[in-house]
Design a protein around this ligand. Structure first.
Ligand SMILES: [Zn+2]
Length: 427
């Protein structure tokens, strides 16, 4: 993708900055500030927070907008976190967003010759399905708009009938398709690549999907935020969690908020992003909530856009008996029993009169042998000392493992995700 150095990014950002003064939020936020004259001045601009965006965006407020709401698309930006939040893009801003997305897919090797199955959920303002529709059109590939709104048996049937070469969806759906393939013994004849987005796909889940669906090329989609758009894309040389930054589209700074300055090479910092294209709802120095560091050197692919290594989002751990337990321990233990057990699972923790209960619900293509469940329980108690100690001290009232038919765990009706942790405790 096109490379812009920081000086050129600064010039573009300045145009967005000037435009932002037409909005109620920014004109107040920046009042008394002289326009930044250099990159070091730029770093003094106060950051934009998530709550500012969410409280002051359409439809609850027009404060972020620099223009009337017209010729635009409204999308949801926070469907999976419980509270629905929205933002508006003008159609031309949306077009720039999907153009960058399309370029990212082309870099992964999708061409006009591909048939791409779009297996995202549509509706509820959720942008994935629509964004992919537009990106596929930009590439000139063949779009199979199957969606994940229909029953999974239908998805399989249509994919067998229309023979996609590429499938794009969430990890939850690919794990589910892998479970169905294990149960029903099918393959997708021409499928050569899987592209996933929206959730993390662990190494064990990737193996599970690759083996069951017979696909070796499984690539992560772009690093995006619905508020800021595409912030990173992968190439053939980037390992998991490493992304090229599209410098023509976003200006990313890594900030150490304790010291109040940029991080040095190799240090971790908070991702602060300025979208260089969006002026209707400007995103200027937005603290995304991710931590990352710059990777040194140039990528062997020849792309000059810098490499960002994400430290991963927090939230996959939980507290039990004084210790922090990583969900990876559960996933890895379950993976040892794949394909009999699925990697779509949910750990539910509840408080019952001062004690707690844990129920591990796991989807399974066929009802697993009781011995496998007992073995898994023993392995988990071996791997997680807090479980053993809590049981000995009588804090743990019961620990159950409940196998479920595949597809039976609750999915978010908006995104289709299965949440791996459901913590009902009042902490
Ligand atoms: Zn590269």
């Amino acid at each position: 993708m096109e490379f812009h150095n920081e000086e050129s990014q600064f010039k573009k950002a300045l145009l967005v900055y000037r435009e932002s003064h037409k909005s109620a939020l920014y004109s107040k936020k920046y009042s008394g500030f002289a326009a930044p004259a250099s990159v070091s001045d730029w770093e003094k601009i106060p950051v934009l927070t998530r709550s500012e965006i969410h409280e002051r965006s359409f439809p609850s407020s027009m404060d972020m907008m620099t223009c009337p709401l017209e010729d635009a698309i409204v999308i949801s930006t926070g469907g999976s976190s419980g509270v629905a939040r929205y933002t508006a893009y003008t159609h031309s801003e949306w077009d720039a967003f999907v153009t960058a997305q399309a370029r990212a897919l082309e870099i992964l090797g999708i061409t006009r010759k591909d048939r791409v199955a779009n297996l995202f959920i549509a509706g509820h303002f959720w942008p994935s399905f629509l964004g992919l529709h537009d990106s596929i059109k930009k590439i000139g590939a063949v779009h199979l708009p199957i969606s994940a709104n229909i029953p999974p048996e239908e998805i399989v049937k249509l994919c067998q009938q229309f023979e996609p070469t590429v499938m794009i969806s969430l990890p939850t759906l690919f794990v589910f398709l892998a479970d169905m393939a294990n149960r029903d013994g099918f393959k997708f004849k021409n499928l050569r690549m899987i592209n996933y987005a929206g959730e993390h796909l662990s190494a064990v889940a990737e193996q599970h999907v690759s083996k069951a669906l017979g696909v070796t090329r499984i690539k992560a989609g772009a690093y995006t935020s619905s508020d800021a758009g595409i912030m990173g894309y992968q190439c053939d040389h980037t390992p998991s969690g490493v992304y090229h930054v599209p410098t023509h589209f976003q200006w990313i700074e890594l900030i150490d908020f304790d010291r109040g300055c940029r991080v040095k090479q190799g240090e971790k910092g908070d991702v602060v992003v300025t979208n260089l294209n969006r002026t209707s709802n400007p995103i200027i120095r937005y603290r995304v909530g991710d931590v990352a560091k710059w990777q040194e050197g140039t990528c062997p692919c020849g792309d000059r856009n810098p490499l960002l290594k994400l430290a991963g989002r927090a939230g996959a751990d939980f507290k039990l008996g004084g210790g922090f337990i990583s969900m990876d321990v559960f996933e890895n233990a379950i993976a040892r029993h794949a394909p009999a057990l699925s990697l779509n699972f949910q750990l539910e923790i509840s408080d019952i009169g001062g004690q707690f209960e844990v129920d591990l619900k796991i989807e399974a293509p066929r009802l697993p042998e009781p011995l496998m469940i007992t073995t898994l329980r023993n392995e988990l108690f071996q791997a997680v000392p807090e479980l053993r100690i809590s049981e000995e001290k009588n804090y743990l009232r019961q620990f159950t493992i409940t196998p479920l038919e595949i597809g039976k765990l609750p999915r978010s009706p908006i995104t289709g995700k299965v949440s791996h942790l459901k913590d009902n405790r009042v902490l």
